[in-house]
Design a protein around this ligand. Structure first.
Ligand code: MN3
Length: 204
């Protein structure tokens, strides 16, 4: 999942109502997370690129690897949040047969995947993300769980992002205070498995 869009970036609207993930994620959290944190990254990235014409036609996924730390962090903030929000849904649909098969093949069972993903989210020290990724290269087509710090992204070459979970405190502190574990359980209730399936199929 690369992102080929380039400057100027437009904030993606939240694909569902702010209050529709309740009680798993509150309206208050979704509003601040989307309208303040995420939009802040979009605005900051545009402001930085305004004075850097040589980066204005560089695609977003490439900007997340830029040597300029401000560009890299803000581009990562845009990419990671868009993927995170698009991975959520108020529909609470169960996993499809396809997803169950993929997860069972790679992790032993759907439950085991959820357990390992939860552990990765819990053990990311400080701010960052846990990811389900698809490996390309020598581990071709394997699904794996990795962690990234701050707004770093998977490498897009050997690690193709499928599903991120944001474990920055702003993702849960208003609702759960220090209980990241409860947030991670609630996150599993509102996953958009259709989108996750589409991402896995697209890079087959
Ligand atoms: Mn966030």
């Amino acid at each position: 999942m690369r992102d080929e869009r380039f400057y100027p970036f437009t904030a993606m609207p939240l694909p569902f109502a702010y209050n529709s993930l309740q009680p798993d994620i509150s309206e208050y959290t979704m509003y601040f997370h989307h309208d303040k944190h995420y939009k802040g990254y979009v605005d900051k990235l545009n402001a930085l690129l305004k004075d850097m014409p040589f980066l204005q036609n560089v695609p977003l996924s490439e900007l997340t690897k830029n040597e300029n730390t401000d560009i890299k962090n803000n581009a990562g903030g845009v990419f990671n949040h868009e993927m995170y929000f698009a991975s959520l849904s108020p529909e609470r649909r169960p996993v499809s047969e396809f997803i169950a098969e993929c997860l069972t093949k790679n992790f032993g069972s759907v439950q085991e995947f959820l357990k390992e993903f939860h552990e990765a989210g819990m053990s990311q020290f400080g701010s960052g993300y846990a990811w389900l990724i698809k490996c390309c290269g020598k581990d071709n087509k394997l699904l794996k769980i990795i962690k990234t710090a701050n707004q770093d992204t998977p490498d897009f070459i050997t690690e193709i992002p499928i599903l991120p979970v944001d474990v920055w405190e702003h993702a849960y502190y208003l609702d759960r205070q220090n209980r990241r574990d409860i947030y991670l359980d609630a996150f599993f209730n509102v996953l958009n498995w259709d989108v996750i399936e589409k991402r896995i199929r697209e890079i087959n």
